[in-house]
Design a protein around this ligand. Structure first.
Ligand SMILES: [Zn+2]
Length: 171
């Protein structure tokens, strides 16, 4: 089911999300709702708090670009629960956006290479290694679990520019 997205500066985006302890039907419904919402809003990633649920759950789906067609397959979705980075190395800069900050894009500096441990929807432990766009998306979504939005990583100058643009947009 498609849910409403929590939009900046909603205070819920500052919450530190709780560990998931039960891998039950409720969790599976949450994951399915997150997927429906992400696809509907044309995002590539979503954290549970972005639909108002403060649990350490995130999903990422990087659409395959087959020329004109951009295909989104549910089977390609990374469903990530209780993630922990065990390695963050190097640095890179990429333009990021966020469904909770619609219409705003800015360069953000992140680690270039990651190793992440997490659990899947059945509670099985997994390890993921990446040094591509997935690594960036996971760092972005992980920030949400810790109560941070990407605009908070901007330099003071860029942050000021953002706040000004954002205020204008809200009117
Ligand atoms: Zn985001």
């Amino acid at each position: 089911m498609v849910k409403d997205i929590v939009v900046y500066p909603d205070k819920r985006l500052k919450m530190v999300s709780d560990e998931v302890t039960e891998f039950n039907e409720e969790l599976h419904m949450l994951l399915d709702d997150m997927y429906d919402t992400m696809v509907k809003k044309k995002g590539v990633g979503l954290a549970a708090i972005q639909i108002g649920i403060a649990k350490r759950v995130l999903i990422v789906n990087l659409p395959e670009d087959d020329g004109d067609d951009v295909a989104v397959n549910k089977e390609d979705t990374f469903e990530i629960i209780n993630p922990v980075f065990t390695k963050l190395e190097g640095s890179c800069k990429n333009q990021e956006g966020c469904l909770s900050v619609p219409g705003f894009y800015e360069d953000v500096e992140r680690a270039a290479s990651i190793v992440m441990e997490y659990q899947n929807r059945h509670g099985e432990k997994k390890v993921l290694q990446n040094q591509d766009f997935l690594a960036i998306a996971l760092q972005h979504e992980m920030d949400h679990l810790n109560g941070k939005v990407f605009v908070e990583k901007l330099s003071i100058l860029k942050r000021k520019k953002f706040e000004k643009e954002w205020k204008k947009k809200q009117k």
